[in-house]
Each structure stands twice: as C-alpha cells, then as structure tokens.
Design a protein around this ligand. Structure first.
Ligand SMILES: [Zn+2]
Length: 218
C-alpha cells in the first residue's frame, strides 16, 4: 500500500489533484473533515458528542481524530493506497500518524506540498465564482477560466456568485495561520527525505504529471 500526504494552502487546487490520483491509482481519499461529517450523520452518542464540540466552536481533539483515522485504515487495509488530505496539520499529529503507521506496519511514502505564493493563492481564492444553478466554477482573474459573459454561467445561463467567506481579510488570516502551522511539518518530512514540493503556479495537468511520476517512483 502506498500512503501519501497532501499539504496545501487554500487556492491550490488540492481537491482536483486528489480526485485525479483517486481515478488514476484507485487510492482511497482520507479527508478528516469528511470523516467527521460522516460520523455526525450516524446520529449515535458519539455523533452527539462531536456535534456539541463543533457547535461550541472547539476543535475535535487529536485523540478522537486519530481513532477515526485508525478505524478508516482498518476498513481500507486492502486499498492500493491512501491519500491523507488535511492531516497532519501539526507536528504532534505528524508524530502520532508515524506511530500509528508503524503499528500497522505501514509507512508514509511521499508528502506532496503544493507550493504557491500568497499573492497567487489570493487571486485564485478571491476570483472564484460559482454558478448558483449547476455549481460549475469559474475564476474572473484567469483567461481560460472566465465566463464568456460576465456574471453568467456558460453552461446553463445561471447567475455566478462569489463565495461569501472568500474575503481578503479572511483569506490573509487563513493563509498566515496555515503557513505558521505547516512550516515545521514540512521541515519534519524534508528531514525524512520524503517531501516533494510541487509548483502550484503550474496548470492542474502539469502538476498532476509531476505527482503521477513521484507516486510511481515512491
Ligand atoms: Zn451553470
């Protein structure tokens, strides 16, 4: 089994890359956000506990997230590979993940960091427009991604809207916090010689070509 980690700031197209890898290699996509959302849907005692934590504005504890990951790996032990998306976010989580993997005789093969400047990430995030009707996405700052007619979906003629939470201030905060938390993790994996930096100013196709090669080598 090949185990890969994706680390990327907002606006790098991480979701697209995860989808492409899933299609190409048949890997399972482990997003801790999705795991939490699925657990809440079960409406059992644990779901209630999770919901209360989140509603009170707290983060789900490391121990609980790790337990969910452990269960997920157990359920998917015959998978070709696992993509860890959005985890680990802190050094402590990286240590815990290593320990968990060692216990099940697995290892992290490669860590992809989608490298982007703050300016570029800002443009991608703030330029994003979504069709309210068919959900197709556009970006008003990029030639190939602009709608043909301003504010109108090429496909269905629906109205295009910006996401309400994509403000410059919110973006700057998110990006700074992300970098502060992430740099130590990047160093950690760099020292283990498994970090691959991918230039996220390239197109999705170019990025995937590089990622594809690295996964085959891993
Ligand atoms: Zn549309």
């Amino acid at each position: 089994m090949k185990n890969i980690i994706f680390i990327a700031p907002h606006g790098t197209g991480k979701g697209t890359q995860c989808d492409l890898i899933t299609k190409e290699f048949g890997f399972k996509h482990l997003s801790t956000g999705d795991l939490i959302r699925k657990a809440i849907k079960k409406q059992d005692a644990f779901a209630k506990e999770l919901e209360e934590t989140i509603n009170s504005g707290k983060l789900v504890s490391d121990d609980i997230v790790l337990k969910m990951i452990k269960d997920y790996l157990e359920e998917n032990k015959n998978a070709q590979g696992i993509i860890f998306d959005g985890y680990p976010r802190t050094l402590n989580q990286a240590y815990a993940l290593d320990e968990l993997m060692a216990n099940i005789k697995e290892t992290i093969n490669v860590v992809f960091y989608l490298d982007i400047t703050k300016e570029e990430a800002l443009k991608r995030t703030l330029g994003r427009l979504i069709c309210a009707n068919c959900q197709k996405s556009y970006n008003k700052f990029y030639e190939g991604l602009k709608p043909k007619q301003e504010g109108i979906c090429d496909v269905c003629g629906g109205a295009l809207t910006a996401r309400g939470d994509d403000t410059e201030e919110a973006f700057n905060n998110l990006f700074d916090v992300f970098m502060e938390q992430t740099l130590p993790i990047l160093d950690y994996y760099q020292n283990k010689n498994i970090l691959e930096k991918i230039d996220a100013s390239k197109t999705q196709e170019e990025m995937f070509q590089k990622i594809n090669e690295k996964i085959k080598e891993a």
